[in-house]
Design a protein around this ligand. Structure first.
Ligand code: KMH
Ligand code: ZN
Length: 275
């Protein structure tokens, strides 16, 4: 079984300091949170950026500054910017961080209700446009699927050449509007991807730890972090993203799974070697 890749989704676009005061907004706070995750065992940082007041942005220059600060604090770590951004942003606004040629970026594979009255819109043409951009720039997409139908979409666009093999999925489970976070739902998604594909499980809220355990046992990979969950255990706020990563590391150790370094994660994911 491959070593376990742990991704830390340190910030998100929606979670606020009101939910957990350790949620990072500033450049320094993002570097601090990335470092805590890196030191605990994360090899990938899934990154959204915010202005200092917490407003989400996809501004390329803000990404550049935050990515540089994280790269300095966490040598060798894989930085995976979001191209999902926040609900309501335009496609070109969302795609800005791809202009920085990151090794990876997220590619959201369908439209869904996103809590309350919001709709996170990803039409087929949007997904093709994003997929083509990532191929042109040698960026490996993490295929974010919030429901089974989004796996079908990814497979269809893979056949049409907009997504390359081997595919890497992120099962984002438990979003209000998407698939649930039960073991049955996990098995359903996991059984629906091609044999040569890899995946990461990201459970929201209380599903974070249970789905981490399932993925560890199954040979998948795990995402945790404030974007998905701000609690270390019931009613106890995590003091840092590092605490959430450390919890996964403990689970993995108990279950006999070793943790991948960033360079091992690159090999497992087949990230393109760059000069
Ligand atoms: N903030 C959500 C609307 C991604 O990073 O690609 C979208 C999201 C997905 O977080
Ligand atoms: Zn995200």
């Amino acid at each position: 079984m491959d070593k376990l890749i742990i991704t830390a989704a340190i910030c998100g676009a929606e979670v606020l300091k009101e939910h957990n005061p350790a949620v990072p907004y500033t450049v320094e706070e993002c570097a601090r949170e990335a470092l805590s995750a890196y030191q605990a065992g994360a090899s990938i940082i899934h990154l959204h950026v915010r202005y200092d007041d917490g407003t989400p942005t996809q501004d390329k220059e803000r990404f550049r500054v935050v990515m540089d600060a994280i790269a300095r604090a966490c040598p060798g770590i894989i930085i995976q910017p979001s191209t999902g951004g926040a609900v309501g942003m335009t496609n070109d606004e969302r795609l800005q961080p791809t202009e920085l040629n990151p090794e990876m970026a997220t590619l959201d594979c369908g439209t869904l209700n996103f809590g309350g009255d919001e709709i996170f819109e990803n039409t087929e043409n949007t997904i093709k446009y994003f997929g083509q951009r990532m191929i042109e720039r040698g960026i490996k997409p993490e295929l974010e699927v919030f429901d089974k139908s989004m796996i079908e979409m990814a497979l269809r666009l893979h056949k049409k050449g907009f997504i390359l093999s081997p595919m890497h999925f992120d099962f984002v489970m438990g979003v209000n509007g998407g698939i649930g976070g039960s073991l049955r739902d996990f098995v359903f998604l996991r059984g629906s991807i091609p044999p040569d594909a890899t995946y990461t499980a990201a459970g929201l809220g209380r599903y974070e730890a249970t789905l981490a355990a399932a993925a560890i046992i199954d040979g998948g990979h795990v995402r945790v972090g404030f974007e998905d969950n701000v609690y270390l255990s019931k009613g106890v706020l995590a003091k840092s993203n590092g605490e959430l990563v450390a919890k996964v590391v403990r689970l993995a150790r108990e279950l006999g799974r070793d943790i991948a370094t960033p360079s091992e994660a690159r090999q497992i994911l087949g990230l393109p070697v760059r000069k």
